[in-house]
Design a protein around this ligand. Structure first.
Ligand code: SF4
Length: 307
């Protein structure tokens, strides 16, 4: 039988309900992300991400600054979720991720936002920083599916994901867009409070690729697959060589990779002696060279600063 698109339309009502239930169960001793805080969020406890069980959303709407295959003609329908499971001291959205900017809303309201994005003609529903709110997103998506939504999901995450959570998304997400931020554990500990970042990220990205494969683009618009973002940090902190070698060898040399040049110091990075400047032209060119030498054939970097 021909498969329907987006993938979530192939799930039976029972299968979808089971996924929603399993996702909520994961919050009773929270293991939604590798921090495994163990708090019971369904009873009002909060862990590292300081998030409850209702959707907590900062903003939403068509976005034209994302990767070209996500934006197409009509924009990527971003929904920015508040709070975060990572503690990046250089976060460029720190008012949303660390300072609590956002509004708690009902599942129905989040479903209405998804349906509103579809009504505006966006090519996808782009969930930005969804990890710590995945169950709420599934519950809202379930409501939206019952109302006929049929726009693909982009899972736009920081890369610090639990394997169990990503497995649950099999059959729901068509496009995964994780960051791979760092390789060195001492760097990820200091900059994001996550010593095991690269290990967990590698497991999760392998599972994402197993589910959706390399990025497929039809008529200039992403249909299904994996995109990886890698932000170049000053002073080699992003571990580009190890990251690109992992992608080329363990994922696919045909992975859509965006090596990003737009780092600027904000939040606590302004006071950090290794992070308190933009990257140089030389640092960015070196990152692109490393990407090529690692064997990545699909470097889709969108250059902002005219290197
Ligand atoms: S999602 Fe939040 S509460 Fe759950 S394990 Fe991660 S940081 Fe802790």
């Amino acid at each position: 039988m021909q498969k329907r698109y987006p993938s979530y339309l192939n799930l039976t009502l029972d299968e979808l309900s089971q996924k929603v239930q399993k996702a909520f169960d994961m919050m009773t001793a929270c293991s939604l992300c590798p921090r495994h805080c163990g708090v019971d969020r369904t009873k009002g406890q909060r862990g590292y991400c300081n998030t409850g069980i209702l959707p907590f959303v900062s903003s939403w709407g068509p976005h034209y600054g994302e990767e070209k295959p996500l934006v197409g003609m009509y924009g990527s329908g971003t929904i920015f979720f508040g709070n975060c499971n990572l503690g990046c001291i250089f976060c460029q959205n720190y008012t949303i991720s660390h300072l609590g900017e956002g509004t708690e809303m009902s599942y129905q309201e989040l479903a209405d936002i998804m349906l509103g994005i579809e009504a505006r003609g966006c090519h996808n529903i782009n969930l930005v920083t969804p990890t710590h709110q995945m169950p709420m997103i599934l519950k809202s998506l379930q409501i939206a599916i019952n109302k006929g939504i049929h726009t693909p999901i982009v899972y736009n995450c920081g890369g610090y994901e639990s394997l169990e959570a990503i497995r649950l998304l099999d059959g729901i997400v068509d496009i995964y867009m994780p960051d791979i931020k760092f390789a060195d554990p001492s760097v990820s500990k200091r900059l994001a409070d996550a010593e095991d970042y690269f290990e967990r990220c590698k497991e999760a990205v392998k599972e994402m690729h197993r589910q959706v494969g390399d990025l497929e683009i039809v008529g200039g618009v992403a249909r299904r697959g994996l995109l990886i973002r890698h932000l170049v940090l000053p002073n080699g902190l992003s571990g580009t060589k190890a990251v690109m070698e992992f992608i080329a060898k363990d994922i696919s040399s045909n992975t859509f990779v965006n090596v990003m040049d737009q780092y600027y110091p904000c939040y606590k990075a302004r006071e950090d002696e290794l992070l308190n400047r933009r990257i140089t032209m030389q640092e960015y060119k070196s990152a692109l060279k490393i990407t090529k030498e690692a064997g990545i054939r699909r470097d889709e970097s969108q250059i902002h600063w005219g290197y």
